[in-house]
Design a protein around this ligand. Structure first.
Ligand SMILES: *Cc1c(COP(=O)(O)O)cnc(C)c1O
Length: 388
């Protein structure tokens, strides 16, 4: 099928929820994407941070295909090795005590919300159910996670939204002003992705952690986007030596297949019992086998490399004419310029570079194994487009 046919069928048959860019992705390798016309691109989007070792990564593909040949799905009534192996690996690497697997970031956050409320219910009884989230956060598209998302633009049309969420500016004073004896948890993204790659202040987060500990309020880190090596840390909270009670992740975890994880640390290790929560697809063995091959490779030398690449890109981007500010950590980068981000992203696409936008910023989430040459090519195109 040719490109215009695919696009017109898409417009006719796919629910109209996406402002898609004008490219039909056909295949790729590493940080290279090839479209339906055979045109090549450097991929600095990785399907929103999902293809974390690029496209068609050999190790990941091998792990996935080998598992696919054994069994494609095992429901959660039975044990299966890939799921257990992944949970053990995540616990060993983070200090988490238990993991619940779903299929997406939103599902990981749904689990976190339920665990926070049940932890509080078990210990303090009814009425202590409020969760404070931050302005400009993004936590997902289900009703609960949409409610948790601290952006007014998301709180239209679909009401009534869930009870029990309060929103604060990302500073301690504002968070404390939303706190009451009803508060059971505070949920933060250490680096806010969708709202423009805003890294929260480490000092503030440390103080927030003490505030939570003193009152037995659970600290939830939503690492759906900033986790899995993306920032140069396995999970971004490690950059500030935080000790969250719940950590959620998804996107890069599966390396391309849908998976979400809700990691439970000491306090809520025993909060969930049989029947409290569940899913048919969550923890799918093929997705888990792929994820094991991803998490198994994120070691200190890779993380150092990610920090180095991030610094290299940020330094060069900040020198480009018309760039006002470069934000982010590791290979999660936001670029503020004097022009609409969408316009820049479309011009980059024309020239063979795929980037994302996030609010008013251009956002880069390249694969962690992007090469120096590919980074230089991306920088060349960014410079051409932005400095114009
Ligand atoms: C993408 C994202 C989500 C939602 O994940 P889905 O897989 O789309 O449900 C939640 N939180 C953050 C921080 C995200 O970036």
């Amino acid at each position: 099928m040719d490109k215009s046919q695919i696009i017109s069928d898409d417009k006719n048959f796919i629910a109209n929820t996406y402002a898609r860019f004008n490219i039909v992705v056909k295949e790729g390798h590493g940080a290279k994407i090839i479209d339906s016309d055979g045109k090549e691109y450097i991929d600095c989007a990785t399907g929103i941070g999902v293809n974390i070792f690029g496209i068609n990564d050999e190790e990941w593909t091998h792990a996935v295909v080998e598992q696919l040949k054994k069994v494609q799905h095992v429901c959660n009534l039975y044990y299966s090795e890939p799921q257990t192996e992944l949970a053990k690996l995540l616990c060993e690497k983070t200090g988490a005590k238990k993991v619940f697997f779903g299929n997406s970031g939103a599902e990981a956050n749904e689990c976190a919300i339920k665990v926070a409320r049940k932890y509080s219910y078990d210990k303090y009884g009814e009425g202590r159910y409020e969760i404070i989230t931050l302005k400009d956060s993004f936590h997902g598209r289900t009703m609960a996670t949409l409610t948790a998302t601290g952006q007014d633009a998301f709180h239209r049309y679909f009401g009534p939204f869930l009870e029990g969420f309060r929103y604060a500016e990302p500073d301690l004073h504002s968070i404390i002003s939303q706190y009451s004896e009803k508060t059971c948890a505070i949920m933060v993204e250490v680096v806010q992705g969708e709202s423009g790659v805003n890294e929260l202040d480490g000092n503030m987060l440390k103080k927030l952690e003490s505030f939570c500990k003193e009152r037995d309020i659970l600290l939830i880190c939503d690492e759906v986007q900033c986790g899995n090596g993306r920032t140069g840390y396995l999970y971004a909270y490690e950059a500030y030596d935080l000790h969250p009670d719940i950590v959620t992740t998804a996107k890069g975890l599966g390396g391309g297949l849908p998976i979400g994880a809700c990691m439970l640390f000491d306090k809520c290790e025993h909060t969930l019992s049989a029947g409290d929560h569940g899913t048919t697809f969550g923890g799918n063995p093929v997705a888990c086998a792929g994820a094991v091959s991803i998490i198994g490779r994120i070691d200190n030398s890779l993380l150092l490399e990610v920090r180095g690449k991030g610094a290299y890109l940020k330094n060069h981007i900040s020198l480009i004419k018309n760039v006002k500010r470069v934000s982010g950590m590791g290979l999660m980068i936001g670029i503020e310029t004097n022009r609409p981000a969408r316009e820049i992203a479309e011009k980059c696409l024309d020239k063979g570079l795929i980037v994302l936008t996030a609010h008013n910023k251009v956002r880069l989430l390249p694969p962690l194994n992007i090469t120096k040459n590919e980074m230089n090519e991306a920088l060349r195109i960014l410079n051409e487009v932005i400095s114009q």
